[in-house]
Design a protein around this ligand. Structure first.
Ligand code: ATP
Length: 144
């Protein structure tokens, strides 16, 4: 049994796909959502979302947002989201280097926090890209 899963950002619908399960970092910790889950609304932390499909698993990098679950749909509303296999790895590596450099330069508190957040986004993207490739880029295969 599957449930429709939609990932939406302010710019676009990133993904609509039927899934067996979604696991992500909610405000209160790691959560897994299966079909027919009771209604749930919670915040989402930046991280790597695991998407279980009938044929295997794939990964989506997300920044912060909101999760809304009803028994027949899972909706993730986040600031940014990229399917792992569609991530530009060179760009994420450049972002990681820039952030690490800014952190090493001992910027002021505000700049440091920004650099740490940028570093985390880059690391999440690199992790999602690597996991996605390891498990066969399944979402890309399905949607293309
Ligand atoms: P960069 O410094 O490379 O722009 P960033 O963390 O500042 O990275 P964001 O502001 O989080 O980027 O995202 C801006 C837009 O670019 C979003 O639409 C996001 O999905 C997309 N994006 C960011 N990095 C990548 C990447 N490595 N591959 C694909 N899309 C990306």
């Amino acid at each position: 049994m599957t449930v429709p899963f939609e990932v939406v950002t302010p710019d676009r619908v990133v993904l609509t796909i039927d899934v067996d399960m979604v696991s992500l970092r909610g405000g209160g910790g790691e959560i897994g959502i299966l079909p027919r889950h009771i209604p749930l609304s919670t915040t989402v932390k930046p991280g790597v979302v695991k998407v279980k499909l009938p044929e295997g698993e794939d990964y989506v990098a997300v920044t912060s947002g909101f999760l809304q679950v009803v028994p027949d749909k899972i909706t993730l509303l986040v600031e940014t989201a990229e399917v792992g296999s569609l991530i530009d790895i060179d760009r994420a590596m450049r972002a990681r280097e820039r952030a690490e450099k800014r952190i090493a330069e001992h910027a002021n508190e505000a700049d440091l926090l920004r650099a740490e957040a940028a570093l985390q986004r880059a690391l999440n993207r690199l992790e999602a890209a690597e996991l996605s490739a390891r498990y066969g880029d399944l979402i890309k295969q399905r949607i293309m």
